[in-house]
Write a protein of this length. Structure first.
Lengths: 229, 55, 212
């Protein structure tokens, strides 16, 4: 009974994701006016930044589940933490790719160290790739889930610390003073951005649920085989 | 006669590339899950076979 | 009170072992001096003082990595880990004792490395020394925790640099910023890093070594 309801929820989430993704693409390409300053390529922003924010959500959710692993020793939470971080790394790679394309379109270079978000994602990408190395080199069990959880917690602490470091490092890499004034967005731009972010969050939720279900079925099958032989 | 310099790709091509990357990722993910589903299906079939043989 | 006594005893044990075996410290010393020699040839003639300072930080981080890789190897090889974990002391004392021992090795290596750098390249100011001291604390506390994780893996020597280097990026930013003379805010940043990550490592170490 529980599984059936779980499937229903997955169906609902994925349907909402498809609808909102369609709506977001429609808004981005047919509704929102072309940005006066940055031109057509500014449209990358409506996917690039929500993907980056969703990636933080993935890491945050993974760390929250990691905290549960440490407090209760729950094996399910370990798997959930792993799947969430895995998706976070995929979204992070997408952030790097779309950001790189955007940099090429607006500044003519594939990579720039002066863009905080890009550099931060490089650091996080390296950090969380090491998370996988750790996970794959330790035998499964209680000790592995504890170590992964501790490393995941280090990750969410590293995010603000690295951000601060990157902000500071600009001073001696680029002598230009970087003032942080928030992006001035028109209402239509902001609305489009919000819809796109909601769509990507739902995409994350869908991928998370499906991947988790797949991993759980895999584990149950393995258990079943051991019972039968 | 020198060949004219290649024009830089226009902006919309970059935008298309960025959205294309995301699309290709989702497609790749579907392919991976599809392959996994197929493997699970095969394994489950084997298990059903085994269970049936046992009586 | 007993916590401090445990920590001191554990750190003393590591230092005494090293005095007897003389494995880690000579390797670190040789490594740091030879990497400084390599940097001399890697840098084109007439490069700025700042470029050399940046490489000093690279040398220090990698030297620390060398010491950290060795930190938990004796316990692993002789199967002492389980005994240590079962010992009637707070598990975080194991971490603190080990971190202090590694810190001692690193400081010893730097006592040689910093004058060598000053002689090979250019002088260093007091701010750099303070930054190095602050960075050492961060490197050793975080590195010891990650070292305990890495020895549990199959490819232990390979794993530690991968785990550690992304976490060392903020340290390098703070250190290079401080020694390039860009103000005391980098020193404050290093202090913040030390405080945050030491606390986190102290709180989480018991989970890393629990029931191997």
């Amino acid at each position: 009974m529980r599984d059936v309801r779980g499937l229903d929820r997955t169906t609902a989430v994925s349907t909402a994701a498809v609808l909102l993704l369609g709506a977001a693409l429609g808004l981005i390409f047919f509704y929102v006016p072309t940005d006066a300053d940055q031109g057509f390529s500014q449209r990358i922003f409506y996917f690039h930044v929500p993907i980056a924010l969703t990636s933080y959500v993935c890491f945050g959710w993974g760390a929250w589940k990691a905290l549960r692993v440490l407090r209760t020793g729950d094996e399910r939470a370990d798997l959930e933490s792993y799947v969430s971080i895995h998706l976070g790394v995929v979204f992070g790679a997408l952030t790097l790719l779309t950001g790189s394309i955007w940099a090429r379109a607006s500044w003519g270079v594939w990579w720039t160290w002066s863009e905080d978000q890009l550099v931060l994602f490089l650091v996080l990408f390296l950090f969380y790739c090491a998370y996988f190395m750790l996970r794959f080199s330790v035998a499964p069990g209680r000790s592995r889930s504890n170590m992964s959880a501790v490393y995941a917690l280090f990750g969410v602490v590293l995010i603000p610390v690295s951000f601060l470091a990157i902000r500071l490092s600009k001073e001696f890499i680029h002598p230009v003073v970087f003032t942080s004034h928030g992006p001035q967005m028109a209402a239509s731009q902001f609305a489009t951005f919000c819809v796109a972010w909601a769509a990507l969050l739902l995409l994350y939720a869908t991928l998370y649920r499906v991947e988790l279900a797949g991993k759980r079925v895999d584990a149950s099958l393995r258990e079943l085989r051991e019972l039968l032989t | 006669m020198t060949t004219p310099p290649k024009a830089p790709p226009s902006e919309w091509q970059y935008v298309a590339a960025a959205y294309g990357v995301v699309f290709v990722f989702v497609l790749a993910w579907v392919a991976i899950i599809g392959a996994k589903l197929q493997r699970l299906q095969r394994q489950l079939g084997e298990l059903v076979h085994q269970a049936r043989d046992r009586g | 009170m007993t916590y401090a006594a445990d920590v001191v005893a554990l750190a003393r044990k590591d230092l005494l072992l090293e005095l007897r075996a003389k494995e880690t410290l000579p390797a670190m010393l040789l490594f740091v001096v030879s990497s400084l020699a390599i940097f001399h040839f890697a840098l084109p003639a007439g490069t700025s003082h700042d470029a050399a300072l940046g490489l000093l930080w690279v040398a220090l981080v990698f030297t620390a990595l060398l010491g950290l890789t060795r930190a938990f190897v004796p316990e692993r090889e002789q199967g002492l880990f389980d005994a240590l974990v079962l010992a009637p002391c707070d598990r975080s004392a194991i971490w603190l004792g080990k971190a202090i021992a590694v810190l001692a090795f690193l400081v010893a290596a730097e006592i040689v490395a910093l004058p060598a750098f000053a002689a090979f390249f250019s002088g260093i100011d007091g701010r750099t020394v303070v930054a190095v001291a602050l960075a050492d604390v961060g490197i050793c506390t975080v590195g010891t925790l990650l070292g305990a994780m890495a020895v549990a893996g199959q490819a232990r020597e390979l794993l530690l640099p991968l785990l550690f280097l992304p976490l060392a990026i903020p340290i390098v930013v703070g250190g290079v910023g401080a020694s390039a003379g860009a103000g005391s805010r980098y020193l404050l940043f290093l202090l913040l890093y030390d405080a945050v990550f030491s606390l986190l490592a102290w709180a989480s170490f018991e989970y890393v070594v629990a029931e191997q």
